[in-house]
Every structure is written in structure tokens, then in C-alpha cells.
Design a protein around this ligand. Structure first.
Ligand code: MN
Length: 306
């Protein structure tokens, strides 16, 4: 999906020092945004919270009967993670990948110096899922683009939660997905009760509730439409649920670099974003061609150019 980051999200400001020195509980309401005809709940970036580890963008969409449809658009300097709870999507990119993704499977696209893709709902019915971006470190962000699909991911039961390890390691299981920085992404589901899940104390973490109501640690209730930032230094996190619930847990080592985001670009400087904008508008070979019946999305001029 596209993530039109604009002035309302982050812009033109670099990431604030993100990490705290210890455990905290900050609950931030998500912002309503529109992407590909869908109303989404944007949990990241927010003015007060730009990154959690290398995770720099999180849109939660649905459940909805509207099928998402996002035409070809570019990315630089990030990985896109598409993760569904219901429905399916077709990913098409300028590397020649064409891949349907279903609930429990991972589509992971690495933009590096530049890639373009389109995404759309594949079947009729309910769509529900998240798209996240992971900022790439300097070591890989100017390297070649790539795409991975993971049909099966490790699962592990912890206390009252069933975990699917999307990326990184969790409770002794390791995802096969490429990770350019130390991070974790896990889907946790429960049929009720919940319990305590282990965390890496050197990581900062946050959760987004995807379905149901979940009480965190001291009983604070979290529902879909908010980001609960947990800080750093936790070894365990207590998550209680009276009924069925699904939670996305993200975390990582605090991202060392200052991140500049505009539209679908993650960079460090305005010049890098200006260049990406020019290259997409010029239909440069940098981003390649996407075999899609959907219309190409024009780049949004950076606000500092206006
Ligand atoms: Mn996209």
C-alpha cells in the first residue's frame, strides 16, 4: 500500500530522540487517513512518536468491505510489511514479482535505492490488515531492492497467547524474513484471558490492538485506533483480554539515525527526497516499471519546494 506521509504526520522534521531510558506507557490515538480508497488508522508516525526501533510507519485498515486499490508508486530507504487478518491482496512490483498474500503470510519488499509497486484487494469480501514500514540503515538503504514472500512463519504459544513471528525473534523462535536492523514484529492472538509475553529488554516496544480489547500491565485498556508505546527495558509484558483479541507487537533497538520522511520516501536529507521525487516524475529507470492495470500515482512535491 501507499503511505502518503504528509505534513500532518511527520514531515520536514527529523525523528525526535525516540527511546526512553526505561519502561513507560504512552497511549497515542491514531490519525485517520485515506489510502487507496480506504480509511486507515495511522499509528505511526505521529508527532510525538516517529519510530519504534526501525518501525517508522503503521497503517491499520478495516475490517471493511471496500477492496484496497493502490496503483504503482515508488519507495526508497524502507521495507514494506503487508500483514493481513482477513482478505487477500495482490502485490506487483518493478522487480517482476507478482504475489498474492493471505492472512498469516508475509509480503516483505525492500526498497533500497528505489522500487515501485502496486497493491490491490484480490478477492471480494472483508479486508482487514496492517501495512508497516521499516526504515533501512545506511548499510543497506542505497543497495538493490528485493522482495520476499513467506508462506509459513514460526508460531509459538506463550502463556495465553498464540504468537506468529513475522520478523525478528520472539520466545525462542526466529522469523526467516530479512532484517537489516535488530527488531521484532509479532502477531499475538488469544481466545480470552491472555497472559504475559517475553520481551527483549534492549529493545523499545509498542503494541497496536487489531481486534478486541486488551488491558496492559497495570490495567490500562487499549483498543484498536491507538498506539501503546512501552519504552525500553521490559523483560515481560502482561496483556489481559476477557475475550478474543489480536495484538501486533513491534519493537527494536532504538534507530540510531535521524529519519526524514516525505510521501513514500524514507531518507536522511531533503536532497535525497527531491531527487526521488524528480526521478519518479521523470519515469526514471531507477524505479522500473510495474505491470499493473492500475494508474500510476504522481509524486507529491515536497513541502519545502512549494
Ligand atoms: Mn507502497
Amino acid at each position: 500500500m501507499s503511505g502518503p506521509v504528509t505534513t500532518e504526520d511527520a514531515i520536514a522534521t527529523v525523528a525526535a530522540p525516540a527511546a526512553t531510558s526505561g519502561p513507560v506507557l504512552e497511549i497515542t490515538p491514531s490519525r485517520t487517513a485515506s489510502v487507496g480508497g480506504l480509511s486507515v488508522m495511522r499509528a505511526l508516525p505521529r508527532r510525538g512518536r516517529r519510530t519504534v526501533g526501525a518501525w517508522c510507519f503503521l497503517d491499520h485498515f478495516g475490517p471493511t468491505e471496500i477492496r484496497p486499490s493502490i496503483g504503482p508508486h515508488p519507495h526508497i530507504g524502507l521495507q514494506t510489511v503487508t500483514w493481513l487478518l482477513e482478505g487477500d491482496m495482490l502485490h506487483t512490483d518493478s522487480l517482476g514479482s507478482e504475489q498474492r498474500v493471505r492472512p498469516g503470510q508475509l509480503n516483505l519488499m525492500t526498497a533500497g535505492r528505489g522500487v515501485a509497486h502496486a497493491e490491490e484487494g484480490y478477492s471480494e469480501g472483508t479486508s482487514h490488515g496492517v501495512q508497516l514500514w521499516i526504515a533501512q540503515p545506511d548499510a543497506t538503504r542505497n543497495a538493490a531492492p528485493a522482495f520476499e514472500h513467506h508462506e509459513r512463519l514460526p508460531r509459538v504459544d506463550v502463556d495465553g497467547w498464540s504468537a506468529t513471528v513475522i520478523t525478528g525473534g520472539f520466545a525462542g523462535e526466529q522469523s526467516p524474513a530479512r532484517a537489516d536492523t535488530p527488531l521484532v514484529g509479532v502477531e499475538l492472538s488469544t481466545r480470552g484471558a491472555g497472559g504475559s509475553v517475553p520481551l527483549a529488554p534492549r529493545f523499545e516496544h509498542a503494541i497496536v490492538v487489531l481486534t478486541g480489547d486488551v488491558a496492559i500491565a497495570d490495567g490500562e485498556l487499549v483498543r484498536p485506533g491507538t498506539l501503546a508505546y512501552l519504552g525500553i527495558g521490559r523483560e515481560w509484558l502482561r496483556l489481559d483480554a476477557d475475550d478474543e483479541a489480536t495484538v501486533l507487537l513491534i519493537g527494536g533497538e532504538p534507530f540510531g539515525a535521524e529519519v526524514l520522511m516525505w510521501w513514500n520516501y524514507v531518507a536522511r536529507t531533503r536532497d535525497e527526497i527531491d531527487e526521488a521525487h524528480r526521478d519518479w516524475e521523470a519515469q526514471s529507470e531507477r524505479f522500473g516499471q510495474v505491470a499493473s492495470h492500475l494508474a500510476r500515482i504522481p509524486s507529491v512535491p515536497p513541502i519545502w519546494q512549494r
